[in-house]
Design a protein around this ligand. Structure first.
Ligand SMILES: Nc1ncnc2c1ncn2[C@@H]1O[C@H](COP(=O)(O)OP(=O)(O)O)[C@@H](O)[C@H]1O
Ligand SMILES: [Mg+2]
Length: 484
């Protein structure tokens, strides 16, 4: 599934060939994984996109792009008194005929460049919430602020201008004009912005290329598949180059394979453009895949906001717990969440004897070798270290094997391949190639269950050398060195 798309900034696992003897070097260019990758947001060379609002895409962690405060939307009679009832704790089901509290006391902040997912069952208030965020619906109470400017309580003209400049929207059923070509659909929104026809078409071509539809500019929507139509919808939203992109069940009408492809592409685009995206879905797996943070809605209220991991491992209440119980954890939990401290670690300069000692003390058959600043350089096995010690060698630099390593954001499902290829535990590195932990095999086995892959992982385990052999070699080497 994943291989279908070119993934310049995708999640990757690397360094998985064991025994090549190559020195392992840190590869920061490949280091933007999953959530962290989006913050890297490197503009891709050769893409004719201005992306001028987000130079480099490196946004400060706490830069708020959108803020919603105590938002309420009540449909029907006596909205104000309804809010007072809700504030007093009355359930929305007990409000009486003709009054619907669609959104109740929603407060949250979305950071610049974040994908913030709002998830909930049908009827939980998601669409109403998102319509208040782009000014389509006026809140009954509360405020919305985008890029530091209030969207609520402003005159109609100003609101229209703000919406055009700040937010664009992608709809579930695409909302394309059937008698207009792809390029005219994409350029449509730019007419209102007052761009010349030439400038509009140029911009439209850029974004069409960006979403992978180059060559389809002159086709009609009816000539495209569902996935392609939604790419047109996405291109149209991107064309206006707003900071915020709102997507209401944008992929829900697509069949599962196309849907996953679109999710992948959205992550890819996000890592290039650094947009702030609020993505609405009723699908938990989609929420977990896309969201840096997820707000779970139930009956109009936000019942929890957290990272996918937080929501899985620490659900706020039984409702959320039940909601998440069927999630494929291996696709959500990351190496960073399950890793443990690396114990069998030795500095390269310490040499093979020190390495052998570490392995003896930790009862492992291999150790990770790091630089003085803890950059992962490779691994050494006890067999190799023993050979070096017996041969009287004091450096192990030339003998390092490549250590299979993944980055903190890699999902557990993606750990299987490198784990199978390597007899070592999987090293976990940060964006700069520093060793920050290991994923123990037991963790991996537990997460995967007893399938073939986990058996293959288990089969690779190599027992440490017998203690006596190591002791003999160490003391012999000691004598030899002492005699020099
Ligand atoms: N214009 C409206 N008038 C009356 N009730 C509405 C209106 N829009 C939505 N609702 C009600 O508000 C609740 C939330 O709807 P909605 O925001 O569409 O939920 P979701 O998008 O999560 O499915 C539902 O009970 C729905 O019937
Ligand atoms: Mg909806």
């Amino acid at each position: 599934m994943r291989q279908r798309l070119p993934r310049q900034a995708g999640r990757r696992v690397h360094g998985s060939t064991y025994g090549s003897g190559d020195r392992l070097t840190a590869t920061p260019a490949l280091s933007c994984l999953r959530h962290s990758e989006r913050r890297c947001g490197l503009p891709q060379p050769g893409v004719g996109w201005s992306g001028n609002h987000h130079p480099g895409g490196n946004v400060a962690e706490n830069e708020v792009q959108l803020r919603a405060e105590a938002l309420y939307k009540v449909f029907g009679r006596s909205a104000e008194s309804t809010i007072r009832k809700l504030e007093a704790g009355v359930d929305r089901d007990d409000l009486g005929e003709g009054t619907t509290a669609a959104v109740i006391d929603a407060s949250f902040e979305v950071r610049k460049g974040e994908i913030f997912v709002v998830m909930g069952l049908s009827g939980s208030g998601k669409s109403t919430l998102i319509r208040m965020l782009n000014g389509l619906l006026e809140p009954t109470h509360g405020s919305v602020e985008i890029g530091g400017e209030p969207l609520t309580g402003v005159p109609t003209g100003k609101l229209r201008e703000l919406r055009r400049r700040k937010v664009s929207m992608v709809f579930q059923h695409f909302g394309l004009l059937p008698h207009r070509s792809v390029i005219d659909n994409v350029a449509y929104g730019l007419e209102i912005q007052g761009l010349s026809r030439r400038a509009r078409l140029e911009r439209a071509r850029e974004v069409i290329q960006l979403v992978g539809l180059a060559g389809w500019e002159n086709n009609l929507p009816s000539e495209l598949s569902g996935g392609m139509r939604q790419r047109v919808g996405l291109a149209r939203a991107l064309a206006s180059d707003t900071d915020v992109l709102l997507m209401d069940e944008a992929f829900s009408a697509l069949d599962p394979l196309i849907r996953r492809e679109m999710q992948e592409q959205l992550l890819d685009l996000q890592s290039r453009l650094g947009k702030t995206i609020i993505f609405i879905t009723h699908d938990l797996n989609e929420a977990m895949f896309l969201g840096e943070r997820i707000a779970v809605m139930r009956n109009g209220r936000i019942v929890q906001i957290g990272t996918p991991e937080e929501i899985l491992t620490d659900p706020a209440n039984d409702y959320v717990a039940q909601f998440v119980q069927d999630v494929d954890r291996a696709r959500v939990l990351t190496a960073g969440a399950v890793m443990e401290p690396a114990l069998a670690v030795v500095q390269e300069s310490a040499g093979p004897r020190a390495a052998l000692r570490v392995m003896r003390d930790e009862q492992t058959s291999a150790a990770f070798v790091v630089s003085r600043d803890r950059r992962l350089l490779g691994a050494i096995t006890d067999r190799k270290a023993l050979e070096l010690v017996r041969g009287g060698r004091s450096s192990m630099t030339a003998e390092l094997a490549e250590a299979a390593h993944v980055e903190t954001g890699t999902t557990i499902a993606e750990l299987v391949a490198p784990a199978i290829e390597s007899p070592l535990p999987l090293a976990v590195t940060d964006a700069n190639g520093h060793l920050v932990g290991v994923v123990p095999r037991v963790t991996l086995l537990a997460a995967l269950g007893g399938d073939e892959a986990s058996e293959a992982v288990a089969a690779k385990l190599i027992a440490p050398l017998p203690a006596a052999t190591v002791e003999t070699a160490l003391s012999a080497a000691h004598t030899a060195e002492g005699g020099l």
